[in-house]
Write a protein that binds this ligand. Sequence first.
Ligand SMILES: Cc1cc2nc3c(=O)[nH]c(=O)nc-3n(C[C@H](O)[C@H](O)[C@H](O)COP(=O)(O)OP(=O)(O)OC[C@H]3O[C@@H](n4cnc5c(N)ncnc54)[C@H](O)[C@@H]3O)c2cc1C
Length: 497
Amino acid sequence: MASRSERVLIVGGGLGGLAAAIHLAAQGQRVILFEQHEQVGGKLNLHTAEGYTFDTGPSLLTMPWIIRDLFATAGRRREDYLELVPVEPTCRYTWPDGTCFDAAQRLPDLLDAVRRLEPADVGGLLRFLAHTAGVYERVSDRFLLHPFDGFAELLSLEFLQNGLRIDALRTMDTAVRGFFRSPYLRQVFNRYATYNGSSPYLTPATFNVIAYIEMVEGGWYVRGGMYTLARALLRLAEELGVEVQTGCAVSAIETASGVVRGVRLADGRTVAGTQVIVNADPRYTYANLLQGQQRTALRLATLEPSCSGFVLLLGIDCVYEALRHHNIFFSADYPREFAAIFQKGVPAPDPTVYVNVTSVTDPQHAPPGHMNLFVLVNAPAVNERVNWRREAAGYRDTVLAKLERMGLHNLRQHIVYEHWMTPLDLQQRYNAAGGAIYGLASNNPFTAFLRPPLRAREVGNLYFVGGGTHPGGGIPLVLLSGQAVARRVLDDSCKVR
Ligand SMILES: Cc1cc2nc3c(=O)[nH]c(=O)nc-3n(C[C@H](O)[C@H](O)[C@H](O)COP(=O)(O)OP(=O)(O)OC[C@H]3O[C@@H](n4cnc5c(N)ncnc54)[C@H](O)[C@@H]3O)c2cc1C
């Protein structure tokens, strides 16, 4: 048990901060968590208006066993807090030429759908799954379940050998082309690069495991809305004794002789702590919350952020029968779309549009006969080439016109409620550098080694958790990050005693 004077302070109540708090509190640590907003959850957020409920961040949950394990750590059953629903089909994909593909959860149905597009790709899919199963096995232990501490580990021979075996030396697109003939299926499988905010033409083929995980472990939804997950983690954290202070922005991390002493809050109060875990973006943290860390701040600023997003929340007064829970309306030229986002740093003129409709599964999320559309387009991280204040309205029209062309006829006439969020809004709301959705991009094989480590090197007893550190962004990885950082903190405290 921790003594009264020892307490861990957590800056930020996103999923990473909440997971770290739960793991530590379950081990008897005293934890205080500060969240700048009135609600916890961070990017897992909620917007309600005029009878519509929208999840405004993540909409798809993978690797549900991580949530089960998180509750089990605290001696609880996930089922007592949350209902997880498999989404069938996982996603409906539509192309500009009218081709449609439903990614079914059951393998026989998925193989039938693949056969309809390209019979030769049935074998390709089975080979793809066998190949990625091996990569997943190697990656999960080394990168996911036991995240490492950074660049030094790159030098270990074991690691280099492993690097070769995890398909890190070719791009996702190159690998996908080797397995699939159909241009449609190639686009479907390349899309998984966007699950960590990267480009399939740059990201290592290792990340094909994302498709494997979704196809084998399923795509899930949290009954009542994804935000229910944040509520459940908050409840669990508080039951374990975590003191959660919302509406409480941290303005500085206090240090003395290179070791953290606590945090200063925006209202001027200071709170002492033995360790500080920061769930806010490390780039923002070094630049804004730590004194005398300009060198690290400048170095981190050179790292490529993941893509951001342009989001439209639409309440519509009709039901489009063709819409499923998850829908993708593809662009005609995928390489051009990613070149716009990552090389030119501008919004894609013909974007792939994702539409999530939770009212398909949770009818109370929209009035009867209506739908709630969460529309997401990958967008470049905030940069000087795009002035979103000027361009948002025009881009909104580009996106809606595309959806109208691809089957959502007269969509604009059916909008009765509308709200949008640009990369600038994401940056400001969450203190996420560049408005990045997933922290850093994984657009080359070395990005994993350049991520800020869980344990800061520059300041003693300072740690990071969440999408900006290891193992990366997305709900499951961020939750694993919470587990990993808690282990670091506990191990380090044992060494000191
Ligand atoms: C539009 C969108 C769609 C997405 N879709 C998916 C998806 O379908 N599936 C998936 O798995 N993932 C998805 N993601 C990614 C996922 O949401 C994130 O990876 C994850 O939620 C990040 O959690 P985090 O704990 O790292 O950080 P955050 O959620 O960013 O939490 C950080 C917290 O710190 C707080 N904070 C920052 N600065 C301070 C301060 N100074 N003082 C106090 N508090 C502070 C912030 O307010 C915030 O609450 C999506 C994200 C977005 C934005």
